[in-house]
Structure formats: C-alpha cells, structure tokens
Design a binder for this molecule. Sequence first.
Ligand code: ADP
Ligand code: MG
Length: 633
Amino acid sequence: MSIVLEDLTKRYAGHPVVNAVSLTVGDGELFVLLGSSGSGKSTLLRMIAGLTEVDAGRVMLHGRDVTELPPARRGVGFVFQSYALFPSLSVAENVEFALAVRGTPKTARRRRRDELLELVGLAGLGGRMPRQLSGGQQQRVALARALAHQPEVLLLDEPFGALDAKVRADLRRTIREIQRELGVTTLFVTHDQEEAFELADRLAVLSFGRLLEAGPPEELYLRPETEFVATFLGTANLLVGEATPQGVRVGPVCFPLGTHAEPRSADIVDTTAARRVQVLFRPEDVAVRDSAEEASFPLLGQAVVDQRAFIGSFERLRLRLPALPGVRAIAPVVHFGSDSIWIEATRSQDQARRFPLQTGDTTWVGVRRVHALVHPGLRFLLLTDGSAPSRAALALGGELARLAHARVAVLAPGTEPGEEADRRLQEAREQLGSGVASLESRTSGEATPAAVAEETSRRPCDLVVLGTAPRDGLKLAEDVISAGQHHLLLVPPEAPGRAPERWLICVAVGEPGKADVSFAGRLARHLRAEATILTVLPEAARLDDGAQTERFLASSARTLARMGIPVTTRIRYGGVRAEILGQLRDGGHDLLVVGSPLPGKDGEIELKGVVGRLLPELPGLPLLIVRSPEASS
Ligand code: ADP
Ligand code: MG
C-alpha cells in the first residue's frame, strides 16, 4: 500500500485538529479527502509531507515509516492552494527547481522539464515568468514542478481553490489524465463535493479532525453509515422512523430491511435508540404521482408543492407533507414550531413535462427505496441557567458533542422570552463556539424538569447535560432523568471542559449493566477514551469462584472492544461506595458512569442509593447516569 496512516493525531492548544486518523491508499489510487473548511485537511496533508510535526501515530509511504523523516526524503510532491511559484524564476526554472537542488545534470533536467510542460499542456511557455500566466496556468506549472522529481506520492491541497468554475473543470480533467498516465498515488484534498465525486477512486469524509467514512463515491452517497456523511454528501431526506421486526416503519409505510439496514454492531442495541432508526432517501428516490392508485411504490402521503426550481437537466421540488405519526425529520431541517415534514425531490425534465406541477399544487409522494443508517446520530440537550455549574456543563457538553458529532439543543428553563432570555442563549451559543454539527436553542418559562419533559416529548434526545452543585443537585437530577427517556450527565462546576479520557464504568452483574456499557461505548468511541469496567462484590463473595462475574465482565469488555475502545475490567470486594471511590483514586479516572435504578410505580427514578451517596464525594468529576432498558419502557 502506498500511503498508510495509523492513528495520526495533531493537537493545537490541547485540542485535536486531526484526531486519530487511520487510512490506507492503494498503489496508483486517486484518493480524495473531503471536508469543510477547518476540518483538518491541510494539517493532515502537511503531516504526510513532513511539513507539520506529528503528535501521535505513524505515516508509512510505500512500506517505509517516514514519520521522522524530513520532507525532502519522503518522495512526495506537493501542490498548494496558493500558486507558490518562485516569482523571480521563469516557468522552466520553476519546474527544474526540484531537480536542480537534487543535482540532476543539466541535459536530463531540460528533457524532463520539456516532458512535463508538454504533459500539463504548457509546451513552449517555459520562458515566461509566473506573473505572465493566468491562475490556471500557474497551477499547471505548480503541478509540473511537484512531479519533476518523480515522487511516489502526489499531495494536492485544494489546488483549484482560487480558480473559476470553467478553469477548474479543465484542470480536473488534466489531473485525472496525468494521474492515470503516470500511475502516481495521489491524495487530493477539497471541500467541494462535486469535485470529490468527479475525481475520486475512493474518498473519505473528514469532520472536526476525524475521518468518518471512506469508500467509493457511489457507495458513500447511497449507503452512508453516519448521519453526517448522509447529509454532507448531496441533498438528503433523512427521517427518524422505527425499527420493527418486519422492517423500517416511516409513518404509514413499512420498508423491508435490506442487507444494509441490519444493525452491524452492538451500538444501536441501546435503550433510547433501540427502536429509532434513521432512514435516508435521496431526492431522485422520491416519486410524485397524480393519484394514489398509480403508484407502484410505498406512499408517504399527500404533499403540497412549496417550491419548484429549474436546474438544467432536472427539476427540483420542495414538498410539504403533513406531520406523520412517530416520524421526526432531521433533514431538510424543520423549523421550530412547524409540524410539517419537508421532502426534497428531483425529476427529469421529461417527467416534469408529462406531469407538470406548480407551486401550491397537491401531489402524492412516494419513495422508491430507502437506506437505514448503521450509526444513528446522538442528540444532546444542554441546560443552561447562567450559573457556574451550567457554564461547566455547556463547556463539557459542547466538547463531547463536537467529538461525537451530536446534534445539540440548548434549553434555558425558567426564562420568559425577552431580552434576558436572548442574552442567555447568545452567551450559551458563544460559549459553545463553532464546531457543533447542529445547534438549536430556546427558552422555556417552565422550571427545569417541566421544560425538559416538554422539550423531550417533542424531540427525544439521548443525553441531557446538567450542571449541578454536588451537595444539592440530587433532587434536580432525579426530576430531570425522570422527565423523559434520556441518559443524564451531571457536570460539577469544577469539571474541566476537555473530554474525559479515562472512564470508570460501574456495572452490577446482570442485564441492566449491558445498557450502561453500550451507551457509554457509543459515546466513548468518539472520544478515543479508554474504559475500566468495575464490579464491586460483597466481601463474602471472595469465597465464590466468581466465574459468572468474570463471564459478565468479559462480555461487557467485548462490547466495548468491538467499538474500538481500549478496556480493562476490575472486580473489587467491599462496600460499593467505598470501592468505587477507591478505584477512582487508584485509576486516575476522569468520568464515572453508573446505571440508573429502575423507576418506581409513579415513574420517578430515585437516585438516593449509590448515586446519592457518591455525588457529594465527586469534586470536579462528571457523572454519567445511564438508564437501563427497563427504566425506559
Ligand atoms: P482545513 O484545511 O480542512 O481547512 P486545517 O488543517 O487548515 O483545516 O485546520 C484545521 C484547524 O486546525 C483550524 O481550524 C485551526 O483551528 C487549527 N490549526 C491549523 N493550523 C494551526 C496552527 N498552525 N496553529 C494553531 N491552530 C491551527
Ligand atoms: Mg486547508
């Protein structure tokens, strides 16, 4: 393999801008790294070239570990976005530069230079100065220069970024042709999805420093695994439906489960996500029909045409469906307070002529095929009241959301709409900063538990993050976790805003423990955290053979290991509270995970037991309370 990256990591100011990226690019492959601005593309490329130092991980080029080698000894050619030609050297001298510094004899240099200028379509222009060339021509020179010393690997960092559309299209073709002709392994970085699709043999999507998915363009477009990739690559209709034994239910329609819809890992066998499934269909998978009888595919219902646009060879429709029972829309985004579901559709001009539609018309909407996502995205609800604990909760909740790609809603309870409310939400948004996949915020006049109940009944969330003063937070924590079906993260005011890396997961042997482990795993795997799973047994149990406990711990550990989380297990004997505190001290853990007790007859969850006794003893330590499946039903 030509390029192998292993867990490549770069931090700036403690924050990972490239986060444990592993990637393999084959011989002669044109591989595209796609990500929005600031996602870490240039940093990653510069680490491969040796222009930026690596904090962790390895770079292998053609089987050779080059992590410690200087750029000139790595055998790579690099083309930057800015032309970066030497302005006082002629085109010919620019191209020859890499050969001259390597001491190549003059005649060989000239021959190679002429070949390259021919190759990039600039034959005869060697005598010009860079300023006498157009932007597109200058990038052709930069390409010729990068190829002069016959690098085994070519790295291109948004090489067409500054050029206009027509020139970009020409250059794309040139790159593709040259790359094929020379067979040089190429890593091409862009933020432009169309460019990525057109060029890539395979592509990878990078977001906030993490490589989310890699594969052939068509595969990622049709069968993405993550919500981010589904919505990032092209237009997506993404709805949350329900998994049933027959398939995926979306409102009135049940789609049979295809091979790609099977959950592949333990991570969706989680309490709140167990029945929820994200269903993707592309605009071209949507069909519109005059009458319900005509359709040969499942119908979602009758919609109104909200917008219609001519986009060259296609017609684009935005359709508004009335709310469907049990269905929530992720994309297109539904505005707060609206019950409608928006559907994006495209059809050929031929279809549009045969069945013309105008804005305001009513039409039946069907779906030809759907794809269920393997990894349902997480949704966090962060609570803020402007206090010190709630600032700590926003800081940690925001960091977790960034790393886990969770969608975030910020809720300020006990605040009537007005200037004060706006100020508080603005403050929260500023504190969260950029980098959260999606962020909504709202106020509620209700007190915290009622506000959470109202919010989560409308839009369920996986995790509520609550800032809490350790000594008097218990009642509030009980009320908040009882207010919905979510897990709860309690954040004390002293908690650092960075993501915890050494989790202690406390489980009691038996069923509920599995949920603790699997939700903790879903979160931890995004954070590169390591976990210790702890079971505390009474002193008397020292005499038993402990085989059942060992088996249980081993199976819990396997669940986490399958998610790529380094894990160890521990059994301690004694009092639960004392032993958990002992392990926290001994193990230097920075997050504690416990399962929640089952709710009582009134549906309330009481945390007086282990949680209540631990809470006052955890200065600075966030506490994740995971509800067991029984607590959700
Ligand atoms: P991209 O090329 O995808 O736009 P970059 O790799 O240039 O992204 O940068 C990713 C993030 O890393 C930036 O948003 C910035 O915050 C940070 N970063 C990059 N280079 C530096 C640097 N030299 N010093 C501090 N932060 C940096
Ligand atoms: Mg860049």
